[in-house]
Design a protein around this ligand. Structure first.
Ligand SMILES: Cc1cc2nc3c(=O)[nH]c(=O)nc-3n(C[C@H](O)[C@H](O)[C@H](O)COP(=O)(O)OP(=O)(O)OC[C@H]3O[C@@H](n4cnc5c(N)ncnc54)[C@H](O)[C@@H]3O)c2cc1C
Length: 164
C-alpha cells in the first residue's frame, strides 16, 4: 500500500517535488498537496510581469489540473494547515478535518517582511508576494494617482516598473 505523503504549501517547490517523485518513486506514496492560496501552483517569479500587464494571471500556472491528476496527487488549494501533531503524525486543516501522514514536507515558502514602524499596518499599505497582492495592487493602482514603493531591491524596482 502507498504511504501517505503530505506536502504543505502549493508553491513552486511542491510542484518540483511532485515532478521528481513521479519520476523516481512512482506508486510508493499517496501524495497530497495542501496550500492556502486559492489556486494551483504558479510561477511566482512571473508576478512582476503580471503586475506590469505583460503576462496574464492565468498564464503563469506551473501545471494544469490534469498534470496533478495523472500523477495521482490530491491537490487541496484554499486550505491552511493550522496544526501539526508529529506524535500522532497528523495535521489539522483550518475549519476542516484532520489528515494523517507518514511523511510530511513543509514547502511553505516565506512571507514578506512588514516594516516595523508606526503606520505600517494602515489601510493602503500592502506587500507584494502572491497573486492576491497583485490583484489588489492593480485595483488600487487604477484608482490612485500616486504609489510609493518602499524597498528598492529587485522586487521593489519590478513593482515600481509594473505599476508605472
Ligand atoms: C514578485 C516576485 C519575483 C520573484 N523573482 C524571483 C527571481 O527572479 N528569481 C528567483 O530565484 N526568485 C524570485 N522570487 C522568489 C521565488 O518566487 C521564491 O523563492 C519561490 O517562490 C519559493 O518557492 P517555494 O515553493 O519555496 O514557496 P512559495 O512559492 O512561496 O510557496 C509556498 C506556498 O505555501 C503556502 N503556505 C504557507 N503556509 C501555509 C500553511 N500553513 N498552509 C497551507 N499553505 C501554506 C503559501 O501561501 C504559498 O502558496 C520572486 C518572488 C516574488 C514574490
Amino acid at each position: 500500500m502507498s504511504e501517505p505523503l503530505v506536502i504543505v504549501g502549493n508553491g513552486m517547490a511542491a510542484a518540483r517535488l511532485v515532478d521528481e517523485l513521479a519520476k523516481t518513486a512512482l506508486g510508493r506514496y499517496a501524495v497530497a498537496v495542501i496550500g492556502d492560496e486559492p489556486r494551483l501552483a504558479y510561477n511566482r517569479v512571473l508576478l512582476s510581469s503580471v503586475l506590469a500587464g505583460e503576462t496574464g494571471s492565468h498564464e503563469i500556472e506551473l501545471r494544469p489540473a490534469d498534470w496533478w491528476r495523472h500523477r495521482g496527487v490530491t491537490v487541496r488549494y484554499g486550505y491552511r494547515v493550522a496544526e501539526i501533531d508529529t506524535g500522532r503524525r497528523e495535521l489539522k486543516i483550518a475549519g476542516e478535518e484532520s489528515m494523517e501522514y507518514s511523511k510530511l514536507v513543509l514547502a511553505t515558502g516565506s512571507t514578506p517582511l512588514r516594516l516595523n514602524v508606526p503606520g505600517a499596518d494602515l489601510a493602503g499599505v500592502h506587500t507584494f508576494r502572491d497573486t492576491r497582492d497583485v490583484d489588489l495592487l492593480l485595483t488600487l493602482a487604477a484608482a490612485k494617482k500616486r504609489v510609493v514603493v518602499v524597498g528598492g531591491g529587485l522586487l521593489g524596482l519590478e513593482a515600481a516598473y509594473g505599476l508605472a
